[in-house]
Design a protein around this ligand. Structure first.
Ligand SMILES: Nc1nc2c(c(=O)[nH]1)N[C@H]1C(S)=C(S)[C@@H](COP(=O)(O)OP(=O)(O)OC[C@H]3O[C@@H](n4cnc5c(=O)[nH]c(N)nc54)[C@H](O)[C@@H]3O)O[C@H]1N2
Ligand SMILES: Nc1nc2c(c(=O)[nH]1)N[C@H]1C(S)=C(S)[C@@H](COP(=O)(O)OP(=O)(O)OC[C@H]3O[C@@H](n4cnc5c(=O)[nH]c(N)nc54)[C@H](O)[C@@H]3O)O[C@H]1N2
Ligand code: SF4
Ligand SMILES: [Mo]
Length: 903
């Protein structure tokens, strides 16, 4: 049945009564259950689902702010061809025709799809089926290449399948949790909260973090190893040898269920360097970690992007798994290697085989039998017989003209791929670019020949699978706005228009899900780990009501998802041909970066933003935590390089450059800088850090080493700095440096420039001044200080502060004044002070974004209010009492106050 989106528009009637819908958070791989309420007036609110087994009612700051991201103001609501609004028929016909023509002329490998772990499983399944099964090319890859590819490759080498054996509960049942290259507190906050609660209850539970930086996660750790970038293989090789030396081996498990130990031990002991040099760690710290690991049976090693995003990422994964295999600590409660997934459906994407080197349902593209099986199931003769191009290579192929038509969906490669300026050039020259998006403007949309408006979270239906293999429903609770349509529908429509009507005539997401589930069980009989054939017959009602369920769900198994957590490999049976796990030799390689550039650029995430900020950037309370791109740099490096705190730094590789704020801190390792990945051309002049990141990839997985690029760091010589609050988004922002963020009443803007500037002229560039507007100003031309505030009908609509050094006004004070009540004339003048008097104290940088509590308020509660603990601060200010994501930061403020008091 074909749906006409225009009918849907007419059918969308405003809600009349409150509705409550259970769904799943669209951000991280924890996969928290969310209850979304739509009030009769259309207002949306969200709460954690107390019955969801991932979060039991908790949400982090990002999940709690979901309702703030649903406005339609910047959404893409219509299909566009060359920038002009078009009908769905025109747009879909054009995509189908151009793809078909390109294939006819240049072959199927001249087209490609670049997708996303933020697809629902149904979207992913259809896209993959279209490319691998009917277009007949392997050229569908996804942002999971930047995220999970090394884990997938490591799992396959060790287990013969891409299996995450454990469950979240294992972290709570463990006696030792080792977090390698994972900032769990900020990136998987609800799993982190579960760990925090368990450690409070049972202090004997030890936590070790292995990360070049001290992070919010290390606050929980008993031991933090500030490892040298890339030192992980050496560290875990050393651990393997230590375990052997100490006799901490499960000999029966190794003998009966593994292969390859001898070669692996030889490789582990063959390193040229010393452990201390290779890891950059103090031998005593290493010894402490090894002793703890050796002595603790129940150990879970959680790893994330500090492991995967490395040119030795697959070896890092296997070096970790080797230690678990040697000790037989896998598949049992509280034990195992645990690759925690990043995106909400990173796991689902692997199930459908969304990566260029996979086939559907955990089958292998390299296996003739698997290809034949999938071809029979899909009833096609065109299944591709070889892997396609992996993300980094794919965009190189676009740049050099081998790929002539590309369809990008639910990802922002112009910002998130390494060597991002090359990606931008590739799209500029590519003859045909299609982008499926929810937003009207991203850094990629200007290069699209066709823009397809996708339905977003809350508007679309389907499933996602979280880090512990739990499939949950995402359910629509809002009508699809404008002409937006779900991604699976868009892919299916193009498939039909390319002539594959029978294969793509799905009427609903449930139809797609049933087919996916059936394929997982097709001729499986226990040979493949991924099997959800027990769900293949769910009818519409059962699909709508599907409770969170962990796979496998084999036909005949219970299919209600209730019951115990399931683990793989408890029986010692793996998915290799002989059923044995493999030890994989992981030789230590030197860090491969541009040696002519002395600093190592590390990149990653902050607590309250999601990737390229298209959604979290809309929520003022999420921007209040960190409003500007920054570089963490060690004080000694800063001094040596002439970088001043809160000054600007230019970070450059041979690929490109970025300019960001310097955050001088000893939490950073010497020799490294850390820059978040979130800022783009939409909200900053030059914060797109992936323009700087080198495109070197892991030879096994093809995953780029996004955590280590050789860079130069130099102070950015600004002659003036500025800070502004603006009710309206400026259409053009002058200055050599800027970063723009949302606030409740408008926007906040950090600025800097090299050429001299006059504050009043600058303000007029930012805000069209109307007759009748009132301006108050203060100028000190000797000191280069200018302050201007603009009022309309007595209300503050803009204020700008310019100074020759970073402007020291209270951001939170000014942000709160914007869009407030009309002010008396004498109060308008006071705005120029840039901070509140006694009646409006400066609350300082926001720590708790849920309750808008700043650091100064917390310090005051500690110093004058006698708050001694995070709980006391919570009682006094509510800070940290909603999502809890800021509790470790509050703890740090308490510690800092103690040090000041005693020191
Ligand atoms: N707030 C927030 N949460 C998110 C996301 C988000 O955008 N924002 N994105 C989600 C996604 S898709 C992902 S993939 C996950 C990522 O989750 P994480 O992997 O936890 O996050 P990152 O900040 O990318 O990197 C983790 C840490 O790796 C460290 N690291 C760098 N190099 C090395 C190294 O050589 N060895 C070791 N051991 N550590 C190293 C970094 O210093 C960093 O602290 O987060 C998910 N959750
Ligand atoms: N330097 C550096 N680079 C990195 C990383 C790093 O740590 N360092 N991490 C890498 C990792 S792990 C990841 S996962 C990637 C993430 O990088 P991206 O995937 O590029 O980031 P997002 O901002 O999540 O992009 C998702 C896009 O899809 C849109 N969107 C949202 N919902 C929908 C929908 O339902 N349908 C459609 N069609 N579109 C939708 C959003 O508006 C947004 O533009 O970044 C990678 N890049
Ligand atoms: S931890 Fe936060 S971002 Fe991740 S799924 Fe849960 S609420 Fe969403
Ligand atoms: Mo990711």
């Amino acid at each position: 049945m074909k749906r006409d989106p225009d009918d849907l528009l007419l059918a969308a009637v405003p809600p009349v009564a409150e509705t409550t819908t259970r769904t799943t958070c669209p951000y991280c791989g924890v996969g928290c259950g969310v209850i979304a309420r739509v009030a009769a007036d259309g207002a949306v609110s969200v709460a954690g689902d107390p019955d969801h087994p991932a979060n039991f009612g908790r949400l982090c700051s990002k999940g709690s702010a979901l309702a703030d991201t649903l406005s339609l103001d910047d959404r893409l609501l219509d299909p566009k061809i060359a920038g002009a609004t078009a009908s769905w028929d025109e747009a879909l016909d054009l995509v189908a025709r151009r793809f078909a023509e390109t294939i006819a002329e240049h072959g199927p490998d001249a087209v490609a799809i670049y997708g996303s772990g933020q697809f629902l499983t149904e979207d992913y399944y259809v896209a993959n089926k279209l490319m691998k099964g009917f277009i007949g090319s392997g050229n569908i890859d996804t942002n999971s290449r930047l995220c999970m590819a090394s884990s997938v490759a490591g799992h396959k080498r060790a287990f013969g399948s891409d299996t995450v054996p454990g469950t979240y509960r294992d972290l709570e049942e463990a006696d030792l949790v080792v977090l390698v290259g994972s900032n769990l507190a900020w990136c998987h906050p609800v799993v982190f909260q579960r760990l925090v609660v368990e450690k409070e209850r049972r202090p004997s539970l030890k936590v070790v973090t292995i990360d070049p930086r001290r992070t919010a996660t290390t606050e929980l750790a008993d031991l933090h190893l500030a490892i040298a970038p890339g030192g992980d293989v050496a560290l875990f090789n050393g651990l393997l040898l230590h375990l052997l030396q100490e006799g901490v081996i499960d000999s029966a498990f190794v003998a009966d269920h593994t292969r390859g130990l001898t070669d692996t031990l030889a490789a582990a002991s063959g390193g040229a360097g010393t452990l201390a040099v290779d890891t950059g760690l103090d031998p005593a710290e290493i010894a402490a970690f090894y002793a703890l690991f050796a002595a603790t049976e129940k150990v879970v090693t959680v790893y994330s992007q500090g492991v995967n995003q490395s040119v030795t990422g697959t070896d890092k994964v296997n070096a970790i798994i080797n230690c678990h295999l040697l000790t037989g600590r896998i598949g049992r409660p509280g034990m195992g290697p645990f690759s925690i997934t990043g995106q909400p459906n990173a796991m689902g994407g692997r199930e459908v085989g969304g990566l260029a080197n996979q086939l559907a349902a955990h089958m292998d593209i390299d296996s003739a039998a698997d290809r034949d099986r999938v071809a029979r199931f899909w009833n096609t003769a065109r299944v591709t017989d070889r892997a396609g191009l992996k993300a980094v290579d794919l965009f190189t192929a676009v740049a050099d003209g081998r790929v002539k038509a590309i369809w990008i969906a639910a990802t922002n490669p112009v910002d998130s791929l390494p060597d991002a300026d090359l990606v931008r050039r590739a799209l500029e020259t590519c003859p045909f670019v299609v982008i499926s998006e929810v937003m009207a403007a991203t850094d990629a949309t200007p290069y699209a020949d066709v823009l397809l408006p996708a339905a977003g979270w809350g508007e679309k239906d389907g499933t996602v699978t979280n880090s512990e293999r739990r499939i949950s429903r995402q359910r629509a609770f809002l009508p699809t706005p404008g002409r937006t349509m779900p991604d699976w529908w868009i892919f299916a429509e193009v498939g039909r228009r390319m002539g594959y009507d029978a294969a793509f005539s799905y009427a609903s997401a449930g139809d797609v899900f049933r087919e996916h589930a059936a394929l997982s069980g097709f001729e499986n009989e226990g040979s493949r780990d991924f099997d959800i054939s027990g769900l293949a017959d769910v009818d519409t009602a059962a699909f709508d009501n599907l409770a969170p369920v962990q796979w496998p769900v084999r036909r005949g198994d219970r299919s209600d998802g209730e019951g115990d957590d399931q683990r793989f490999f408890a029986d010692g049976r793996f998915f290799t041909p002989d059923g044995r796990a493999r030890f994989v030799p992981t030789p230590v390689l030197p860090l491969q970066i541009d040696a002519s550039r002395p600093m190592v650029l590390n990149t990653g995430r902050v607590r309250d933003q999601w990737h390229t900020m298209t959604r979290t950037g809309k929520a003022a309370r999420l921007t209040s935590h960190i409003a500007e791109p920054f570089a963490e740099i060690h004080p000694e490096d800063a001094a040596r390089l002439g970088v001043t705190p809160a000054g600007l730094v230019r970070i450059a590789s041979r690929h490109g450059a970025a300019v960001v704020r310097a955050l001088v801190t000893d939490r950073q390792r010497r020799g490294s800088v850390f820059v978040p990945m979130h800022w783009t051309g939409q909200n900053s002049s030059s914060g797109r850090i992936d323009a700087v990141v080198a495109p070197a990839v892991d030879p096994v997985s093809g995953q780029p080493g996004l955590k280590a690029t050789g860079v130069d760091v130099i102070p950015f010589a600004a002659s003036w700095y500025g800070f502004a609050v603006l009710r309206d988004r400026p259409s053009r922002i002058p200055g050599d440096y800027w970063a723009l963020g949302r606030t409740r009443g408008g926007h906040r803007l950090e600025l800097a420039g090299c050429d001299p500037v006059d504050a009043e002229t600058l303000l007029c560039d930012l805000v069209p001044v109307l007759p009748g507007d009132e301006r108050v100003a203060y100028h000190d031309s000797v000191r280069g200080i200018g302050r201007v505030a603009l009022f309309r009908d007595g209300r503050l609509i803009a204020a700008l502060f310019v100074a020759p050094e970073p402007v020291a006004v209270s951001r939170s004070f000014l942000v709160d004044r914007l869009g407030g009540e009309a002010l008396e004339p004498q109060d308008r003048l006071r705005m120029l002070a840039g901070r509140g008097g006694g009646a409006a104290p400066d609350k300082g940088a926001i720590v708790c974004s849920c309750f808008d509590v700043g650091v100064n308020s917390i310090v005051q509660a500690i110093v004058s209010g006698g708050a001694m603990s995070v709980a006391d601060v919570g009682r006094a200010l509510k800070a940290g009492t909603n999502c809890g994501s800021c509790r470790s930061e509050i703890g740090r403020v308490i510690d800092a106050c103690r040090i000041q008091k005693t020191g």
